[in-house]
Write a protein of this length. Structure first.
Length: 247
């Protein structure tokens, strides 16, 4: 237990889902136990309490084979930092969080989401959202009362980021759709959709899909639509706020 790399794993478990660490087992699975396990437990407890901010919920137990079982619970006061950095598990490795994920984790610890934050841009219009509501809900006009019901607007704070994402124009990144040729160096078509409603991004992404991955086939007196890639699968794969490429 001389190495303290496990402290990063404790941070990862406290931030994401919890987990267990067993001390006294070699990399090849042999149980060797820990000398003076009581002292080792006290040392481990001190290291966690002194090095983790905030201190996560955990328990330490000495097993019959002299191994030590450390159980870490996922916490609610995220992020849990070790030496000022937060970590997550990536397969069998423990890696430091990037700035974007750290920001998301901070919001989660505050019981907030990105969408709930007040939008920096308050001059917003919603013609695309209104069009969709008229088409699907039968309303005649989108008004502030409906936006309040949808929790997109409040009299106190104005529009939030969820509203901005749905607005006709915004300041967010969007979707980069690319159709490659025989390799990634050969770009046959590309459309970058940024700063517009995620509803528009989604519909134009589907248009790109239909352009290249659907075609009609006449079979006798019937005309059938053939999908090279199932449209349902494409709809699930395309996230309007993440950058996607299609082959």
């Amino acid at each position: 237990m001389k190495s303290t790399t496990y402290m990063k794993t404790i941070s990862a478990y406290a931030n994401y889902g919890g987990g267990k660490i067993i001390f006294g087992i070699t990399d090849d699975g042999r149980v060797v136990g820990i000398e003076k396990p009581e002292e080792a437990c006290l040392d481990l407890e001190n290291k966690i309490n002194d090095s983790m901010k905030p201190v996560p919920e955990y328990s330490i137990n000495i097993q019959n084979d002299s191994t030590i079982l450390l159980s870490v619970s996922e916490g609610i006061y995220k992020p849990y930092l070790y030496k000022g950095k937060a970590y997550r598990r990536n397969d069998t490795a423990t890696v430091e969080l990037d700035r974007l994920e750290l920001g998301r984790l901070i919001l989660e610890g505050q019981n907030k989401s990105f969408e709930e934050i007040v939008s920096a841009r308050q001059e917003l219009t919603f013609s695309k959202l209104e069009e969709e509501f008229i088409r699907t809900m039968g309303i005649t006009k989108l008004n502030k009362d409906i936006l309040k019901t949808l929790e997109l607007y409040s009299d106190k704070n104005g529009y939030n980021n969820a509203a901005a994402l749905l607005a006709d124009e915004n300041d967010f990144k969007g979707v980069d759709i690319i159709r490659f040729g025989n390799n990634i160096d050969e770009i046959l078509d590309r459309e970058t959709l940024e700063g517009i409603s995620i509803l528009t991004q989604f519909s134009r992404s589907i248009e790109m899909y239909c352009k290249y991955y659907q075609y009609e086939k006449i079979d006798g007196t019937e005309r059938r639509t053939i999908e090279k890639v199932p449209e349902k699968a494409f709809r699930e794969a395309i996230g309007p706020m993440s950058r996607k490429s299609t082959n």
